[in-house]
Write a protein that binds this ligand. Sequence first.
Ligand SMILES: Nc1ncnc2c1ncn2[C@@H]1O[C@H](COP(=O)(O)OP(=O)(O)OP(=O)(O)O)[C@@H](O)[C@H]1O
Length: 265
Amino acid sequence: MTVLTTQDLVIDIPGRADGRPLSLRVAPGQRWGVLGPNGVGKTTLLHTLAGLRAPRAGRVLLDDTPLETLKRKRVAQRLALVFQDRQDGFPATVLETALIGRHPFLAPWHREGAEDLLLAREALAALAVDHLADRLVTTLSGGERQRVAIATALAQTPSVWLADEPTNHLDLHHQVAVMKLLRERAGRGAAVVMGLHDLNLAARWCDHLLLLYPDGQHCFGPAEAMLEPTALARLYGQPLTMARVGGAPVFVPADPVPGASDDRP
Ligand SMILES: Nc1ncnc2c1ncn2[C@@H]1O[C@H](COP(=O)(O)OP(=O)(O)OP(=O)(O)O)[C@@H](O)[C@H]1O
């Protein structure tokens, strides 16, 4: 199983000063959440970890090998990225889209075989979109399209999952289903890193958290230690109240201070 490491990594956000270099080790079986306000660099970090963007400084290693020295095909055999948004440039079916997850494993000029087809169909079934196999992805709802994207990553059988807002567009049931799937993958030894906006999803489903601050600072560690209301309020510029439900922390925006003006009409 693959370990993802960053060594003094500085992501490249155009026009922004260098942030504090990040040295992180994501071990097999861990589920990391990346938290921070809009525009802080969560997507940029995930794309840099996937090797799609060059870092400004430092490097990313898959096991002990610098990412930039690996062939893209080799990287794609081990690492999957679920994008936050996607444009479907040409009309492929749902099954054809899931089969893209098998492309890193095909020899040049070879078509997908029975095993690839089986993995793609199983992945679609795991995301409850198998009944849509023959539909064009351009005709899907946002949540259906998101589940097909996750199924495509699942068909890729990665040992590192990078998922940018994996619950984007999903209703509550499917949010839980996707989080359970990622937990199950981690249980089988995959390393999972996901960008999340929902603190409560992070609290419930991540065992480690990386907090990215707008001033370029960061902190990270075991989730329980990072879920500290004062630190999270500073992260989002939003006072928070924490409660516990079934032993798990739950965060809600704090009530406005009595007498202070708020956003209500
Ligand atoms: N090609 C680019 N040119 C200039 N600025 C860019 C470019 N790509 C991204 N940025 C900026 O980099 C910053 C980080 O963007 P990024 O998408 O990584 O943030 P994020 O934390 O994922 O945000 P969100 O929570 O809104 O999804 C943003 O301010 C964005 O406007």
